[in-house]
Design a protein around this ligand. Structure first.
Ligand code: FES
Length: 180
């Protein structure tokens, strides 16, 4: 999975900490950026690097929203279902998304373009119902019609999420820091 240089970098990163386990999140992100999600092989590598057991890593992954154990679509759309968005109709938006993608929430749409997830408050309550695309782009004032249009556009959109933050990006960025 990792090249020898990448592994060396991860070992150096982990060794910066008094406790190797402190570097676990960084290593898990590196696996995710490399593979697209955190696979079993990645878990094994992180165990070797940090000493964290598989169970301890599963706990970390389930706690941190941005870490994922399963493959995702080319995009991730988080639709808020917290109170303001709920009051403004987020359930209908989520139901429309399920219908449009043809799969349950959390699964990859049939065309591979998107994984739709529910989300806690995104801080966009004044624009409810709201969503966030790829942890970056705000989608505001949704309704059943606009979510369908939005998902249609994603179907036509080229590969997106996995072009951001590739494993080489994490490692290359840190490598530059180390060399400075
Ligand atoms: S409740 Fe949905 S963005 Fe805050």
């Amino acid at each position: 999975m990792f090249t020898p240089d990448e592994l060396t970098h991860l070992k150096q990163h982990v060794n910066h900490y008094p406790e190797p386990r402190a570097g676990a999140i960084y290593c898990l992100y590196a696996v995710q950026d490399k593979v697209g999600h955190i696979n079993d092989k990645g878990i094994e590598i992180v165990t070797e690097l940090t000493g964290l057991s598989k169970t301890q890593q599963e706990e970390l992954i389930s706690f941190y929203t941005l870490l994922r154990r399963r493959p995702i679509g080319r995009n991730v759309l988080r639709i808020c279902d917290s109170i303001s968005c709920h009051v403004m109709g987020s359930k209908a938006i989520l139901d429309a998304a399920i219908k449009q993608t043809g799969v349950p929430i959390g699964e990859i749409s049939k065309d591979g373009s998107v994984t739709v997830l529910p989300s806690i408050c995104l801080g966009l309550c004044n624009k409810a119902p709201a969503a966030l695309l790829n942890e970056m782009d705000e989608v505001e004032n949704l309704n059943v019609h606009s979510i369908n249009e939005y998902l249609n556009k994603l179907s036509e959109k080229p590969h997106d999420l996995n072009n951001k933050g590739s494993g080489s990006n994490i490692i290359a960025t840190s490598g530059r820091e180390n060399n400075s």
